[in-house]
Write a protein that binds this ligand. Structure first.
Ligand code: ADP
Ligand code: ZN
Ligand code: ZN
Length: 723
């Protein structure tokens, strides 16, 4: 009997598929294979080699072609992926599809991974000196005039450089080489001497090299966490091993990449979603080959092969960007822990506002907490005050006290940040005559007014329409913008402070990848300025002259029905407040609210994040919410509400009788209608993860077989982070 190859295919089905070996080559576990599938050809990964087929062997098809003689995915990744698919209820093939860069999921040989460096020829140097070229070519010549650069760095500094490079190379102005010219390896720049707490953190993690140990590095922004990462990565490199550093968003990366490169003096592989597929595949392969020593990346970089792993770091571990919210709904932080265990290396979770999950793990003794309490650069932590908005005359949502504080700040030549987590001009457009408001026809939620574009935009489904001149219901011309978004605050602040630059930072003003950094770079370190913006301003770029932060309204966060809203609000307030007074100047934070007595705000202000988090955790324990219980959410949506209801009722009936399981629903989703589709959900909860997981796979299979399932779009979310 010939061996049978059990293959994971990129299809949303919860099974593996058996094939007979291809005519040529010897497949291994972890090799890619091209196989016939229906009328298509797919590329899959060999998960197991069995002596016998799961189905009648006579009906098996033969695989078409073996793509790798050696396993592309090593045993550790194969094992971790199988675990992940099982835990997050992914189709096995989906987990592999997430792990492999797109270019490696095609039936092509692996691209060469040799590094690629470009430099000026003599003629190129002359052309640069003469300034004889234009546009992209001119920019590329200028970039290379400083010395040879690798393809990756070129991609970061000049998107679209390849076209110019091709032209210039054809004209004999550039040349390409496989290895870095000797002068490119910069000597590492000097690290500041670490303070006691930093040294203790480095020593603690360093003492665990070579075995699994999770650490929580608890220190606010500016407390020196990155210096701890750098010191540890240096040690990892000295041991001849690889380090993986995960960051939540690419917006954070440019500054971090520069710092890593300068400090470590080695090339740093950057893996993120803006990379071209070819570059992404090459970076992945360099990590697999062990030639990439330091890998910096966002969520999906957690799947990078690490044959010589030394350390995994997850920065800003509380950030929800680590959870994938569609398809294969894994959590990169949690997966980082699983990988660290499988690889036998320490894992360091860093945050100034750790997630309640991580705090609970630390409390239970599963993680060791390392504290950074001193802020090396700053004079002292910012002073936080509440402004009671009730019964105040507000100027576009801003109280006199807030405006006075901004005025004082800019008068001193310093910078103020006005934070509002809402884009657009106003969240509601209202008719003063009849009470009509503009709502999205597909979501039944208010449309946000974007005044500059003269559009009403749905922030849930991106529906857009022109702003009506008169009320469509009664014809009155008296339409009023209600509430404030960043655009309106920008306008109001410009009017109030005509002599000061006002800079708005939100998704509208920072569409391009580096535009956030570029915007901030226009601010001089010594000039006064006012920054208005959303969550994007909570992190990134260091602004030494920023001394005041005002938060315009936090009340939405206090009212939300999501049990995580309190945690998120506390994290956001601390992160935003942390922008003030990072350098030698002391900082001040003003928080405007209609609920100055709210217990969460009071404990946050009086005792800080750790105390507020302790209270939130105590509450969760009392009412048995995560992390003290485990949840799985079944979501369903369809054009008709009845279809959703029928499916969820059938799903509910298909649950095994088990008194360890609590069921909430079926019920409408928090947004019952979105983009014209009705949405509902069923929430399962259990104190025991084993009890929950034991029933999930069979239930998932049963759901797939329900006739009602064919008429809805449904998904299961294990450990959902938004309900
Ligand atoms: P975090 O990552 O926690 O935000 P960083 O590591 O970026 O903090 O440190 C904040 C600032 O303080 C940086 O400019 C850094 O260079 C500086 N810094 C960190 N540790 C020290 C130290 N021990 N001595 C002097 N400066 C330090
Ligand atoms: Zn009207
Ligand atoms: Zn909508």
């Amino acid at each position: 009997m010939p061996a049978v190859l059990r293959v994971a295919l990129p299809v949303p089905l919860p099974s593996l598929f058996d094939y007979l070996p291809p005519a040529a080559g010897e497949a291994r576990v972890g090799s890619r294979l091209q196989v016939p599938f229906g009328r298509h050809r797919l590329v899959g990964v060999v998960v197991a080699i069995e002596a016998e087929a799961a189905v009648d062997g006579g009906r098996l098809k033969q695989a078409l072609r073996l793509l790798d003689d050696d396993a592309l995915l090593d045993a550790e990744l194969m094992q971790t992926l199988a675990w992940a698919a099982d835990y997050w209820l992914g189709a096995p093939g989906e987990a592999y599809a997430n792990a492999l860069p797109l270019a490696l999921r095609e039936a092509k040989p692996l691209p060469p991974i040799g590094d690629e460096y470009w430099s000026l020829t003599g003629a190129g140097q002359s052309a640069h000196d003469a300034g004889s070229r234009r546009g992209g070519s001119k920019a590329l010549l200028a970039l290379l005039a400083g010395g040879a650069l690798g393809a990756q760095e070129l991609g970061e500094r000049q998107p679209g450089w390849r076209e110019a490079a091709r032209r210039l190379a054809a004209a004999g102005l550039l040349e390409r080489s496989e290895r870095p010219p000797p002068d490119r390896r910069l000597p590492p720049s000097l690290a500041p001497p670490l303070n006691d707490e930093q040294q203790q953190a480095v020593a603690a993690v360093g003492a665990s090299f070579g075995r699994y140990h999770p650490f929580l590095l608890d220190g606010v922004t500016g407390s020196g966490k990155t210096e701890v990462y750098l010191a540890l990565i240096e040690q990892v490199l000295a041991r001849g091993q690889q380090a993986l550093l995960l960051v939540p968003e690419i917006g954070l990366a440019p500054q971090t990449v520069r710092r890593l490169r300068e400090r470590l003096g080695v090339s740093v592989e950057v893996l993120h979603s803006n990379l071209s597929e070819g570059d992404r595949a090459r970076a992945w392969l360099r990590a697999r080959a062990g030639s990439a020593r330091v890998i910096l990346g966002t969520r999906s970089a957690v799947f990078t092969p690490l044959p010589q792993a030394g350390l995994i770091i997850v920065d800003e571990e509380h950030d929800s960007a680590y959870k994938q919210q569609e398809g294969f709904r894994y959590h990169a932080r949690d997966l980082a822990l699983v990988r660290a265990r499988a690889l036998g290396v320490p894992v360091l979770l860093g945050s100034g506002t750790p997630s309640l999950e991580s705090l609970a793990n630390a409390e239970a003794g599963r993680y060791r907490t390392l504290h950074l309490r001193a802020r090396p650069g700053a004079v002292r932590p910012p002073q936080v005050q509440i402004i009671d908005m009730r019964a105040q005359r507000l100027e576009h949502g801003m109280s006199p006290a807030l405006l006075a504080a901004v005025a004082e700040t800019v008068a001193r030549g310093e910078q103020a940040l006005v934070f509002r987590n809402r884009r657009g001009y106003a969240p509601v457009l209202l008719c003063h005559a009849c009470g009509w408001h503009a709502a999205c026809p597909r979501c039944e939620r208010p449309l946000t007014l974007h005044a500059g574009r003269r559009q009403l935009i749905c922030h849930h489904c991106d529906f857009r329409q022109r702003v009506p001149a008169a009320c469509p219901a009664c014809g009155a011309g008296d339409l009023k913008a209600q509430g404030q978004g960043t655009e309106r605050l920008e306008e109001a602040l410009l009017a109030q402070f005509p002599q000061v630059p006002v800079l708005r930072v939100d998704r509208e003003t920072t569409r391009r990848r580096d535009s956030f950094e570029q915007l901030l770079a226009t601010l001089g370190d010594e000039q006064p300025a006012i920054l208005v913006g959303t969550q994007m301003l909570a992190k990134g770029h260091d602004l030494p002259n920023l001394t005041m932060v005002t938060i315009v309204g936090v009340d939405e966060g206090l009212h939300s029905i999501d049990f995580r809203a309190g945690e998120r609000l506390a994290q956001l307030v601390v992160q935003v407040a942390g922008r003030a007074g990072r350098a030698r100047k002391p900082g001040r934070v003003l928080l405007q609210t209609h609920q100055p007595e709210h217990p969460l705000l009071r404990s946050l202000l009086a005792h800080g994040y750790a105390a507020a988090a302790r209270e939130l955790l105590a509450e969760r324990r009392l009412i048995r919410l995560p992390p003290y219980s485990h949840q799985v959410l079944l979501r369903a949506e369809a054009p008709q509400r009845e279809l959703v209801e029928a499916f969820l009722a059938a799903a509910n009936a298909a649950l095994p009788p088990d008194d360890r399981l609590q069921v909430a629903g079926p019920m409408p989703a928090p947004m019952p209608l979105r983009a014209g589709r009705h949405r509902g959900q069923l929430l399962l909860e259990a104190a025991s993860r084993q009890a929950l997981h034991a029933m999930l796979r069979p239930w998932q299979v049963a759901l797939g077989a329900l006739p009602a399932a064919r008429k809805v779009r449904w998904s299961l979310d294990v450990d959902p982070i938004d309900l």
